[in-house]
Design a protein around this ligand. Structure first.
Ligand code: SF4
Length: 313
């Protein structure tokens, strides 16, 4: 069975081994973030639409859960774009809830929480991870390039409202881009808004993979202390990623291909993400190179080489 809508499980810092579900087609999003690792937004929308993928998603998850024997800690709704744009998100969530006791997580840019239906459907997740990169108009526009009808004040109010209504775990994610949304005044304003929200954790990230726009540069190690001081002690600053390998022997070429279709990764990131040792991974990448030819790309970013599989492969 094709796995068009699911990928992983891949390990993540906060969620453990997570099976990803792609809820929207590439690349439908309400933002066009300059740091996006999926690529530039080709369909910038804010209306929720039917992607007619609900039945197929449920079938693929069901098939996965009945055949997979490896480690899995949760199922994450994400996508090659913004998952809340899928008008069937709530229905898909309910169906998957019937199939498993695993915690269900939503990764979202949070831009649609001003809508009551999105807030209500999102309440059904065990963990919600919304992002909020800036609360200042200028840097918000520069970093997230939002849909023209989105209003920052409404987005902020929606997030605050959701944080107060929601009973599950809420992890706010902020992605800082050097020289764009990392100024002292940006961070002080952000802190004031965060103080109005009920969040379990705030996590800071930066650009760690090749971005869609070349002006997106990572913040540096020496910025960490300043950011921490400005945002307060409750902020967890994570700038890198690594996970223990478990050398799962059933992971092969198809899993590497699916991972690289969704995000560019270094050799080490692929190895850590999928738990493949260096020798096996080298062989898999050589096979993929032969199979895909120009479809497997290697880009240099911040001194590292990133592998990427082009979307039509
Ligand atoms: S990072 Fe997320 S919110 Fe931003 S453009 Fe990419 S998919 Fe959309």
């Amino acid at each position: 069975m094709s796995k068009k809508y699911i990928f992983g499980p891949v390990p993540s810092r906060r969620l453990g081994y997570s099976l990803g579900i792609d809820l929207v087609e590439r690349k439908f999003c309400s933002y066009d973030c300059i740091y996006c690792e999926v690529g530039k937004t080709t369909n910038k929308i804010i209306e929720r639409i039917d992607f007619h993928n609900d039945k197929e998603i449920i079938l693929q998850v069901k098939d996965f859960l009945t055949t997979y024997t490896g480690k899995i800690d949760c199922i994450t709704f994400t996508g090659s774009g913004e998952p809340t744009l899928n008008i069937k998100m709530g229905e898909i969530l309910n169906e998957i809830r019937r199939l498993t006791d695993l915690p269900l997580t939503l990764l979202t840019n949070g831009s649609l929480f001003f809508r009551e239906d999105v807030r209500i459907e999102s309440m059904g997740f065990d963990i919600v991870v919304p992002s909020l990169d800036s609360v200042c108009e200028e840097s918000f526009f520069k970093v997230n390039k939002p849909h023209k009808d989105l209003q920052l004040s409404l987005i902020i109010e929606g997030l605050i409202k959701f944080s107060k209504e929601y009973k599950g775990k809420l992890f706010l994610e902020i992605l800082l881009v050097k020289g764009i949304n990392d100024s002292d005044s940006d961070l002080i304003s952000l802190r004031k808004i965060i103080e109005r929200m009920n969040v379990d954790k705030v996590q800071i990230n930066t650009v760690i993979r090749p971005p869609s726009y070349k002006e997106a540069k990572p913040i540096e190690e020496e910025d960490k202390e300043r950011i921490k001081n400005l945002l307060g002690d409750f902020v967890q600053i994570d700038l890198a990623f690594s996970a223990k390998k478990d050398n799962r022997s059933n992971i092969g070429k198809e899993e590497v291909k699916e991972l690289l279709k969704r995000r560019p990764c270094t050799f080490e990131q692929i190895s850590n993400s999928l738990g493949i040792d260096g020798e096996n991974l080298k062989k898999i990448l050589e096979d993929l190179e032969k199979e895909l030819d120009d479809g497997l790309k290697i880009d240099k970013f911040d001194g590292e080489f990133y592998y990427k599989v082009l979307e039509n492969e």
